[in-house]
Design a protein around this ligand. Structure first.
Ligand code: ATP
Ligand code: MG
Length: 667
């Protein structure tokens, strides 16, 4: 390579080229909430645009006069002199507007039990819960940890906290006692809301014992928690500590059904949420009220084309993930939507459970993660084909880059080739969707998040901080503050500055690699931490994984770079086969040579010889976080024969053993 070529060496290679494009149908575009005007409006005056969204979509007790105060950057203040209450916005105002009878939540328990909560029901329940919390000594500003399964009380508990101005911090039900304790300590929580247990994979699993364990003195140090409120979900035997533990139903039964919300300033903390921990130790991300609600409602309305009177919306995310905060609790409820909430796993009692739910409730908007879509691909198209999915009209994806083939499958098999698919890029830190097609406007490309939403300014830059040209790869950054942006890492301003604002001065660095295609559309390429350096080429994980998934035999793939004497790093791929291919492999006694050769060849043809994995390992499962993201750093440990690192946020702790045993199995 000449010096001149080196100077123009891309930050990340652009390997995969996609020519398919799906414009919205004329009928869809004609009725869509989002129009090209939205982009024009935001471009004409960005702050006026956000001011308009905040006024139209959110109700203020005291209207704001100032839109953005960026004088204390990187801590933003949005709509700072306004006051409001998040719970009032999500619940009471719909009742006041005459929509009390509208269904807010269709709850479907894993064992098949159901509950329907209207907005009026929700108002009564959140008021009772807020009174019960206050009676237990929770004041405005106190932190409450919520450790619950996916049951309506999770949403009610969040809203009750918001009603009091007490920031909540959700911890995924099923995280270990240690993970729970470290979050309780970090947040300095005063109260924990939990349940006796929940239903998963056909069985009642206990939750409360983990709370007891978490609250036991550690090295002689007591926790900050004074009370534990326990929802009865499974009815299993549950130890209750005297003076500390209180049953939810007993506390709420006696509580008044009226409660005056606490009106807070726009910048009052709404919640702290710890990131998924895909790349390392989770960070306590702080979100405040006014700006967050504005962007939650705005994105939910335009990205999903929500019509609150007629749509039935379903986001499959757990409330313990940011997606559950913004797109189960706040976005849909602030918009007055009717939604489905499902407690359990997609394959209990059968692999068609989700599609049965779509048929039953006539779900029209579905929002899920690539990992779920790939799992359904693995199970086969004949499973969803047994159900009537004709009510669907918009499909969303979030959490990881979606491989083009998974996108195509989603569109074709689930969406009947009729529903726009929106691939939404965002993070715990951004609070709400940032980059996504608009379903009535954008000509969608399989695998690309494409364009910053109106009001959002993003770019892809190189190592020197210069925007890359179309066709180039680099780092995804956000160059202007946005309403739902994090206001810091809880208790650690320095870590906040250091993590997000130091790589490029005054620019928010998201930690993700991305490229711009020939049209200037953005494609996410995976974590910068996972970028591989093979013989001087900087390769991202996503494109090689997508090439693997585009082979008929492959359902899921994870690629990592492992130390290599000759090339610096070598590409190592872990693949899960689809049903038929897995059976075929089994029939040959598990000899992987033939399929591995085919897959290497396939990657070579799809994107070029440089990307051909040096090793491909067929595995039964991949390590994932609770939110369904592949944890490549653990696979790197395996590929480099190291002890596996911090796995506390892993969804299923047995997976790593399964992978390692599989690898050591003699042929
Ligand atoms: P940690 O920061 O602790 O490692 P995390 O980044 O997995 O955890 P989240 O905030 O839940 O925690 O995930 C945000 C990340 O998920 C993004 O930075 C990006 O890598 C990935 N992501 C989310 N949506 C998309 C998408 N549509 N396309 C590509 N990547 C996505
Ligand atoms: Mg992150």
């Amino acid at each position: 390579m000449t010096n001149e070529a080196a100077a123009h060496e891309p930050s990340l290679e652009n390997l995969l080229h996609e020519n398919r494009s799906f414009p919205p149908s004329a009928e869809f575009a004609a009725q869509a909430n989002g129009t090209p005007d939205l982009y024009a409006d935001a471009r004409a005056d960005r702050l006026a645009f956000w001011s308009r969204q905040a006024t139209e979509l959110v109700s203020w007790r005291k209207p704001f006069t100032e839109v953005l105060d960026w004088s204390q950057a990187p801590v933003a203040r949005w709509f700072a002199d306004g006051t409001l209450n998040a719970c009032w916005n999500a619940v009471d105002r719909h009742v006041v507007a005459g929509h009390g009878d509208r269904v807010a939540i269709h709850f479907e328990g894993e064992p098949g039990d159901t509950r329907t909560l209207t907005y009026a029901d929700l108002q009564r329940e959140v008021s009772r819960a807020a009174n019960a919390l206050a009676a237990l000594g929770v004041h405005t500003g106190d932190r409450v940890v919520i450790y619950l399964p996916m049951i309506p009380e999770a949403v009610i508990a969040m809203l009750a906290c918001a009603r009091l101005g007490a920031p909540h911090s959700l911890v995924f039900g099923g995280f270990s006692a240690d993970a729970l304790r470290s979050r309780i300590d970090d947040a300095g929580a005063r109260l924990v809301i939990t349940a006796d247990g929940g239903y998963r994979r056909g069985a009642a699993t206990a939750l409360k014992p983990a709370v007891d364990d978490a609250l036991a003195p550690r090295d002689g140090v007591e926790s900050t928690v004074e009370h534990v409120l326990v929802v009865r979900r499974t009815g299993q035997e549950t130890a209750m500590a005297e003076h500390r533990d209180v049953w939810w139903h007993e506390a709420t039964e006696v509580a008044d059904v009226q409660h005056e919300p606490v009106w807070v300033e726009a910048e009052h903390p709404l919640f702290i949420l710890y990131t998924s921990g895909t790349t390392g130790k989770p960070k306590g991300i702080l979100h405040t009220t006014g700006g967050y609600l504005t962007q939650a409602a705005y994105t939910h309305r335009y990205v999903f084309d929500l019509k609150p009177e007629t749509d039935v919306y379903w986001c499959t995310a757990d409330v313990g993930w940011v997606t559950g905060h913004t797109y189960v609790t706040y976005g849909p409820l602030v918009n007055g939507a009717t939604q489905v909430m499902y407690e359990g796993t997609p394959d209990t009692p059968h692999q068609g459970r989700w599609w049965e739910i779509v048929e039953k409730y006539k779900v029209s908007i579905l929002y899920t993660a690539p990992t779920a879509i790939r799992t359904c691909m693995k199970w086969g198209s004949e499973v969803p084909a047994k159900f009537d999915l004709s009510s669907l009209r918009v499909l969303g994806s979030v959490g990881e880059p979606i491989n083009p083939e998974a996108w195509m499958w989603y569109r074709r098999v689930i969406g009947g080739d009729r529903c726009p698919v929106v691939d939404t890029w965002w993070q715990t830190e951004t609070g709400a969707i940032m980059i996504s097609p608009l379903p009535g406007v954008t000509h969608a490309k399989p695998g690309s998040a494409q364009v910053p939403l109106p009001g959002i300014v993003a770019d892809v830059i190189d190592d020197e901080g210069k925007p890359v040209p179309d066709g180039g790869g680099g780092y995804l950054v956000l160059t202007e503050p946005w309403p739902a942006m994090l206001r810091g890492i809880w208790g650690d301003l320095e870590r906040f500055k250091d993590t997000y604002w130091s790589r490029f001065p005054d620019i928010y660095f998201a930690g993700d690699g991305a490229k711009k295609d020939e049209d200037g559309d953005v494609w996410l390429l995976g974590r910068v931490d996972d970028v591989m350096n093979v013989s001087g080429h900087r390769l991202s994980t996503t494109e090689i994984e997508s090439a693997l998934v585009s082979h008929d035999a492959v359902a899921e793939a994870a690629v990592v770079g492992a130390l290599d004497e000759t090339t610096g790093q070598a590409v190592v791929a872990f693949v899960i086969l689809r049903g038929e291919a897995a059976a075929a492999l089994e029939a040959t006694g598990g000899d992987q040579d033939a399929i591995v050769a085919q897959l290497r060849d396939h990657v070579g043809k799809q994107i070029g010889p440089i990307a051909k994995p040096k090793r491909i390992l067929v595995v039964p499962e991949l390590p994932k976080t609770r939110s369904g993201k592949i944890m490549r750093r653990l696979l790197r440990d395996v590929a480099e024969n190291r002890a596996v690192g911090d796995a506390t946020t892993l969804a299923d702790a047995s997976v790593m053993a399964l992978i390692s045993t599989g690898l050591n199995k003699p042929k």
